[in-house]
Design a protein around this ligand. Structure first.
Ligand SMILES: [Zn+2]
Length: 324
C-alpha cells in the first residue's frame, strides 16, 4: 500500500537498533524547530509564546501522532511535486480540484493546501483571542511548515523505494539532525512578515523538490563508495550504546550535500516564525499579554496521552509508518 513502509527495521538488518525512525523530520528535529522559532518573534508575541515554548516544543509532533488514528492525516504531510507538470502549481485547492480528482490529490499529498488551511485557522484563533487554540494551531502549523522544508516530502520516491535506497528518509531527517545537531547553527534572526503566505509555502515546496535529487544522488554515491566497515558504529544514546550510522558517515553525507540538513532546518525555523508572526499581524496584532494562564483540561491531557500511547503501540507492533 502506498505510503506504508516497513519502517526502521529494514534499515539495519543485522543490527540491534532501537526504533528511532518512524517520524517526519524526526520528533527531535520538529521539537527543535518549534523551540527555536520562538526566539525569532517580536516582544509583543514573545510575551505569550515564551511562557508556552515548552508546549510548542512538546506538541511539535502531535500532527505525526494523529496519523496513527486518522487515515486522512497522512497526506497532509507531503506533496509529490514530481507527480505533476511543474507548471501545474502553485494553484489553489479549488483550482486543483477542477483539474484532478480529489482522490488523486490526496494520494499525491496535500501539504501546501492543508498548511494554508491551518494558517488561516491560526489567524482566526488570534482574532478570537483563544489562547489554547492559538497554541495548538501554532504547534501544528510549525510541524507542517517544517515538513514542507524536507526534500523527501516533496518527492514521490520518498524513501528511495524506486531506486533501491530504502532507509534514506530516516537517514536524512532523523539520523543527521539528531546526531549532528550540536554543530548546527540555528539562530536565524527575526521573523519576517509574509505578504503572500501561499506564495511562501509553494516556494518552500519548490526548493524542497529541487533538492530531492541531491539527497538521493549523494546517498547513492556513498552507498557504493563509502567503506562498508566504516558506515556503522556504536554510539551513545540516552545512556545506552546502540548501533547505527557512524558519525563519520553522517558528517560525510551532510558535507557532500553542502550542509543541506542544517540549511533546511534554518529555513524551517525562519519560515515557522514568519508564519506565526504573519498570522498575528493579519489578525490585527491582538494584545497577547492577557492570554497567559491558558488552562488545559483533563480531556486535553487524555487526548495527548492516547496519541502517545497509540504511537508507541504502533512502534512496538512494527506496523510500519506513513510518510510524514
Ligand atoms: Zn509530518
Amino acid at each position: 500500500m502506498k505510503r506504508r513502509m516497513p519502517g526502521v527495521w529494514l534499515l539495519c538488518g543485522w543490527m540491534m537498533v532501537i526504533p528511532l525512525h518512524l517520524d517526519g523530520w524526526g520528533f527531535f528535529a520538529h521539537s527543535r524547530i518549534n523551540y527555536q522559532a520562538v526566539f525569532s518573534l517580536p516582544p509583543d508575541m514573545l510575551v505569550f509564546f515564551k511562557p508556552y515554548q515548552s508546549f510548542l516544543t512538546e506538541h511539535a509532533a502531535d500532527a505525526d501522532r494523529r496519523k496513527f488514528i486518522l487515515r486522512s492525516e497522512a497526506p497532509r504531510h507531503y506533496f509529490d511535486a514530481d507527480a505533476y507538470d511543474s507548471t501545474a502549481w502553485p494553484c489553489s485547492w479549488q483550482q486543483a480540484t477542477l483539474r484532478w480528482p480529489a482522490e488523486t490529490l490526496h494520494h499525491q499529498g496535500i501539504l501546501p493546501w492543508s498548511t494554508l488551511q491551518v494558517y488561516n485557522q491560526l489567524v482566526e484563533a488570534f482574532r478570537q483571542h483563544d489562547g489554547k487554540r492559538i497554541l495548538k494551531l501554532a504547534a501544528d502549523l510549525g510541524h507542517y511548515i517544517a515538513d514542507a522544508c524536507v526534500p523527501l516530502h516533496a518527492c514521490s520516491n520518498y524513501d528511495g523505494q524506486f531506486t533501491g535506497q530504502h532507509g534514506i528518509h530516516a537517514l536524512w531527517e532523523t539520523d543527521v539532525p539528531e546526531r549532528l545537531y550540536p554543530h548546527f547553527q540555528l539562530w536565524v534572526g527575526k521573523a519576517h512578515y509574509l505578504p503572500q503566505p501561499s506564495a511562501t509555502i509553494w516556494q518552500l515546496i519548490r526548493e524542497s523538490a529541487r533538492a530531492a535529487d541531491t539527497v538521493l544522488a549523494v546517498e547513492k554515491y556513498l552507498r557504493h563508495h563509502f567503506p562498508r566497515k566504516a558506515k556503522y558504529s556504536y554510539y551513545l544514546r540516552k545512556d545506552q550504546w546502540v548501533k547505527g550510522y557512524s558519525t563519520t558517515y553522517l558528517e560525510t553525507y551532510e558535507s557532500m550535500m553542502h550542509q543541506m540538513v542544517e540549511r533546511r532546518m534554518q529555513q524551517a525555523i525562519q519560515a515557522v516564525a514568519s508564519f506565526w508572526y504573519t498570522a498575528w499581524v493579519n489578525a490585527g496584532q491582538p494584545d497577547l499579554r492577557n492570554l497567559t494562564g491558558v488552562q488545559f483540561t483533563h480531556a486535553d491531557s487524555l487526548e495527548w496521552k492516547s496519541l502517545e500511547h497509540l504511537q508507541w503501540n504502533a512502534r512496538k507492533e512494527r506496523t510500519g509508518y506513513f510518510k510524514e
